[in-house]
Ligand binder design. Structure first.
Ligand SMILES: [Zn+2]
Length: 310
């Protein structure tokens, strides 16, 4: 069985401001509506061109942004799975108690419920899991979690950026996961509810995001759209033996500085300086490759097919 799944975390620019230690007040009405007006239509265009199912991980609080309800309903009608990326996108969610986390998940379910959707999958803000978090996800009946991201270079880069912001006295709201994540399986597994990055006997399955074998390079959208193309191609090929290619993107991967992103944010988030057209061309090529010798599925369908074998 060889599957490929495309998923997009629909983080609005508010969350990028928070992670970069910038005030949300930088965002005007246009910037607040960018996901609904620009990113979601561009993503749907890419999925349609590749004839690929896809999954959006939706932040509950962002459902009330300008135009979002309409954009998400349109995506759902076009066959996109809508899953949960929490309500508040609190980077410290994994440090809360299980009841606090369950309350956050319930609010996101309510927001998606307004669109007639009951989410079956979850991705943690900042890709950070804890026992309390995974227990909350399991207790609320989710069929899968897709948060594990055992990417060594990403982990080291995040640690150094957070350290640098600390020195600049502009602390990031992000938190650094336990280094234990670096030992997590790279391929789908049934996690332990006590130790989410170890194999266990949970009822749900964990679908880690694509990370290359050996180098542990993260094969995610931001990386695939901004790294030298020969490196992207080589990393893509190194993943060919995996049963699941779980390609994770962010809405920002199809946006650029000319779309109306505040310049202060562009200065921090350098991938926004790459033209959206160039990024979409790359993604279109990768989406086509992913369908060449794999069954394309939503993340939920991947979880259902892999459940029996993990
Ligand atoms: Zn996110």
């Amino acid at each position: 069985m060889r599957l490929s799944a495309l998923s997009v975390d629909l983080d609005s620019l508010t969350h990028y401001c928070r992670i970069q230690g910038l005030p949300d007040s930088l965002l005007d009405e246009r910037a607040r509506g960018l996901l609904a007006e620009k990113a979601i239509p561009r993503l749907l265009e890419l999925f349609a061109a590749a004839n690929a199912p896809a999954t959006f991980f939706v932040i509950g609080a962002d459902v009330s942004l300008p135009g979002m309800k309409r954009a998400l309903s349109g995506a759902h009608a076009a066959g996109v799975e809508l899953a949960s990326h929490s309500y508040s996108h609190d980077y410290g969610l994994s440090r809360r108690t299980q009841p606090e986390i369950e309350a956050d998940l319930a609010r996101c379910e309510e927001a998606l419920g307004e669109l007639g959707v009951k989410p079956a999958g979850f991705r943690a803000p900042g890709y950070t899991l804890s026992s309390a978090l995974l227990k909350a996800v399991a207790a609320r009946g989710y069929e899968y979690d897709s948060s594990a991201f055992p990417a060594t270079p990403y982990y080291l880069a995040k640690a150094s950026v957070m350290g640098a912001l600390e020195v600049l006295r502009r602390p990031s709201r992000a938190i650094l996961d336990s280094p234990r994540v670096l030992l997590a399986p790279r391929t789908p597994y049934r996690p332990s509810l006590e130790h989410p990055y170890r194999r266990g006997d949970a009822a749900l399955v964990e679908l880690p995001m694509a990370v290359a074998p050996f180098t542990r390079l993260p094969f995610i959208g931001t990386w695939a759209t901004s790294m030298p193309w020969p490196l992207v191609e080589a990393t893509f090929r190194s993943l060919r033996r995996d049963a699941l290619f779980n390609f994770e993107l962010h809405a920002i991967d199809v946006l650029d500085a000319t779309d109306g992103v505040p310049p202060e944010l562009v200065r921090q988030q350098r991938d926004l300086t790459v033209p959206a057209r160039v990024k979409m061309e790359r993604l279109g090529k990768l989406f086509a490759w992913l369908g060449a010798d794999r069954d394309r599925v939503s993340v939920l369908e991947a979880a259902r097919r892999l459940r029996a074998v993990v």
